[in-house]
Design a protein around this ligand. Structure first.
Ligand SMILES: [Zn+2]
Length: 270
């Protein structure tokens, strides 16, 4: 790998003003409470061979990502570590963009080292943020998987659900992956029908959020109840019911997720 690859860097290419996000076994390492390492702090890691990945280049500064080998020995007790999800919960939504993007890119590069068509190794594309098959020359770009997340309303009430796989006891919006060929609005209708058995209309896009666990893009919608009574599927949804705006249960934080922001906007009367 050489300097002609615009999105990859060797340690010798790192500039003093660059900042580096360091990953080890899928977790972000924090140096003195910061996720952005100074280049000289990397000297504690010996024998690094993998290239660093460009995460952001503003023209004035660059942020790079470094993935340490799994067997790297980290003896410095000043280094703490957090999963990307823990970082989001601690730092909130805007500050999470850089480590979120770094995590998503490292995951993608790490799982696309071979061509899906001919199984030959891939290598970095000379100009684009992409990988190119060394044999058949197919080019692969990082993949994003769109999902919808929807707050269904009925007058002064909204539909909140307890998800089967939820790790916390809070109630949240309905959500699901888009299927091939669907528009996001069609996904909203289908997911709501499948998960709670009702029909919705007046579907309205509100806002979005990158959700890099590992590669989702959440598209946030409002929708209004049209017909039908709630009947949960029992697979993805454990419980769901209408909640009046004055008696909402524990819900996700608007600082962290688009789900929380949809609920907040509903309370504000949007
Ligand atoms: Zn190939």
């Amino acid at each position: 790998m050489s300097r002609e690859h615009a999105h990859f860097f060797h340690m010798g290419d790192v500039l003093p003003k660059d900042r580096i996000i360091v990953f080890h076994r899928g977790e972000v390492l924090l140096c003195q409470e910061s996720i952005l390492w100074l280049p000289e702090a990397l000297s504690r890691f010996h024998g690094l061979h993998d290239p660093l990945l460009l995460v952001e280049d503003t023209g004035h500064s660059r942020v790079l990502a470094l993935n340490l080998p799994d067997d790297a020995v980290l003896e410095d007790c000043a280094v703490s570590r957090l999963t990307p999800r823990q970082l989001l919960l601690q730092q909130g939504y805007p500050d999470f963009a850089l480590p979120g993007r770094a995590s998503q890119l490292l995951n993608w590069y790490g799982t696309h080292r071979y061509c899906g068509a001919c199984a030959a190794p891939t290598s970095p594309h000379a100009k684009d943020r992409a990988l190119r098959c060394q044999a058949c020359e197919r080019v692969y770009y990082p993949r994003i998987n769109p999902c919808v997340i929807v707050l269904v309303t009925r007058g002064d009430t909204c539909l909140l659900a307890l998800h089967q796989r939820a790790t916390a006891s809070y109630r949240s919006c309905l959500a699901g992956f888009m299927e091939v060929g669907e528009t996001p609005e069609e996904t909203v209708k289908r997911e709501v029908r499948e998960e709670v058995g009702i029909e919705v209309n007046n579907i309205r896009y509100v806002r979005s959020q990158s959700w890099p666990f590992p590669s989702q893009l959440m598209l946030g919608f409002f929708a209004e109840h049209e017909s039908g009574d709630i009947c949960v599927d029992g697979k993805e949804i454990a419980q769901a019911r209408w909640y009046h705006r004055d008696e909402l249960p524990l819900t996700p934080s608007a600082q962290i997720s688009v789900a929380g922001q949809l609920i907040e906007l509903f309370l504000q009367g949007f």
